[in-house]
Design a protein around this ligand. Structure first.
Ligand code: SF4
Length: 105
């Protein structure tokens, strides 16, 4: 899960404002002359904004490795929820089997 923060004291700096156009995912918009985050979840952690600013700073992008977003589609034979439940069931079964094989060593 991405977290994107604009440092308030730098939100009006020219280099920071340029990040509205640099971001390929349209995470930012300029409001009242300052850069603001408008779609944090769209960030794909490409780092184009932070690389543009380099050591000047102004934007902090981090990935939360305890929370994940994912999307998937089905072919229609199962609902998305059924497909997710089945995937979890298969993973659980595989993990149990793996644990049993480890214990048998
Ligand atoms: S890391 Fe990439 S996608 Fe995320 S806000 Fe910066 S430029 Fe946009």
């Amino acid at each position: 899960m991405p977290t994107v923060k604009v440092v308030p004291s730098k939100a009006g700096n020219d280099e920071v404002l340029e990040c509205e156009a640099i971001c390929p995912k349209k995470v930012f918009a300029v409001k009242d002359g300052k850069l603001a985050v408008v779609d944090e979840k769209a960030c794909d952690l490409c780092r184009a904004c932070t690389e543009h600013l380099s050591e000047k700073g102004g934007i902090v992008v981090e990935g939360d490795d305890t929370t994940f977003m994912f999307t998937f589609e089905t072919d229609g034979s199962l609902t998305a929820r059924q497909a997710l439940d089945k995937a979890v069931e298969i993973l659980n079964s595989s993990a149990t089997e793996f644990g049993e094989q480890i214990e048998a060593l």
